[in-house]
Design a protein around this ligand. Structure first.
Ligand code: GMT
Length: 378
């Protein structure tokens, strides 16, 4: 197939999933065209089946807000027509699904069918999409898509609850490259970070309010009060400097390292004992899946789709949002040497169920159905 992928090219989970999906599809022989405003961060190598088309938004003094959606729709029209795309797969509803709808209508006037598959990733529904500023457009463009997927059953449920959707939403979970994400021997790194054999806790996020990084620090403080432990924080975002201050207030600063944005997260994950994900909302929790693939159990909340991934008592433990005391208790239980080996093994085994080879064919099937349905109406 000739597939167009539209996504946010940044470090966010939706962009990572879209980019990894494109790479996997290219390896399976499809030609994949990325259409974004800059090169996706994980698309930094040559593959004969991968193409990148930049959306350029010309500046004009009249524009207080440059019309990205119009430029994107025009680029989609150009690429579908000239590269003869079979399907457009848009990740994140706003504004990708509505731009795709516009492109599809323009192409229709030229006698070209452009099936659109929309994947909902979470914040496009749970945080942003429900806002009255966007809701009518989100509802309309989901209903006009030829295929709709959500990354968890919980996100599917929430979408139906929050929007008048009459389309079938298929659940296709996040997936993982198990060759890249596996426990590597990084003992020198571990010895440098935890020289006294301390337990190593890790959190990775974009440091936005929804991630509750403050809870990460408070859980860590509770754990460290009981056992020797260190915390590695990977990522960056609006809450970072507040967290640096909190680390000092909790008198934990010597045991916490802020590593900033890292590309090779699998190397850090290879040395960890426990991953913390106390999110307020999380449609799937890709960062937890990456940790599990590196044999890290997860202590998390039960928000959104997390319990579909992190099985309580097996791959880690789940608690109510904000229940720090429970997450401290759970962390100590998982980290206990009598329990840790079985949690680590179960985390990896669970991650293997989300292997890229198991999940990508589900998208291929979805594309084929969307193409067949669209051709039937032309
Ligand atoms: O987690 C974020 O804030 C980034 C966000 C995004 O939209 O890029 O990630 C969402 O999509 C990921 C990939 O499908 C999911 O694994 C994350 O759980 C989801 N984040 C939230 O729902 C908060």
């Amino acid at each position: 197939m000739n597939i167009g992928i539209v996504c946010y090219p940044t470090y966010g989970g939706s962009g990572v999933v879209a980019t990894e999906l494109g790479k996997a599809l290219a390896q399976r022989g499809h030609r994949v065209h990325f259409i974004t405003y800059s090169q996706p961060v994980r698309l930094d190598f040559f593959n004969e089946n991968l193409f990148y088309h930049e959306v350029y938004v010309p500046a004009y003094p009249l524009f207080q807000f440059p019309p990205y959606e119009s430029a994107l729709a025009s680029k989609m029209v150009d690429i579908v027509q000239n590269e003869k795309l079979d399907v457009l797969h848009v990740h994140y509803a706003i504004p990708h699904a509505s731009a795709a709808y516009l492109a599809k209508q323009i192409l229709r006037t030229r006698g070209i069918a452009a099936p659109v598959v929309t994947t909902l990733h979470g914040t496009d529904i749970t945080l942003v999409g429900k806002d009255a500023s966007y809701e009518p457009v989100v509802t309309f463009s989901i209903n006009q898509s030829d295929g709709v997927t959500a990354v968890s059953a919980d996100l599917r449920r929430e979408t139906y609850e929050s929007f008048p959707i009459d389309k079938e939403i298929e659940v296709i979970p996040n997936f993982i490259d198990l060759v890249r994400f596996r426990k590597q021997d990084k003992s020198h790194f571990r010895a440098a970070i935890a020289p006294e054999g301390e337990k190593l806790l890790i959190h990775i996020s974009n440091f936005r309010a929804v991630k509750r990084v403050e809870d990460v620090l408070r859980i860590f403080a509770g754990v460290r009060a009981e056992i020797p432990a260190k915390l590695l924080l990977v990522g960056d975002g609006p809450d970072r400097s507040r967290m640096e201050k909190l680390a000092r207030e909790l008198d934990c600063q010597r045991d916490i390292r802020f590593l900033g944005k890292l590309e090779a997260v699998e190397e850090v994950l290879s040395v960890g004992d426990l991953f913390l994900m106390p999110s307020e909302n999380e449609s799937f929790g890709l960062a937890a899946l990456e940790a599990m693939a590196c044999e890290m159990p997860v202590v998390s909340t039960n928000a959104g789709g997390i319990p579909e991934l992190n099985i309580h008592g097996v791959t880690g433990m789940v608690s109510n949002i904000g229940d720090i005391a429970d997450m401290v208790k759970n962390s100590l239980y998982v980290l206990d040497d009598a329990n840790l080996p079985r949690f680590k093994a179960a985390a990896r085994a669970r991650a293997e169920e989300f292997a890229v080879g198991n999940i990508v064919p589900l998208y291929e099937d979805c594309y084929r159905r969307a193409i067949a349905a669209t051709l039937a109406t032309v």
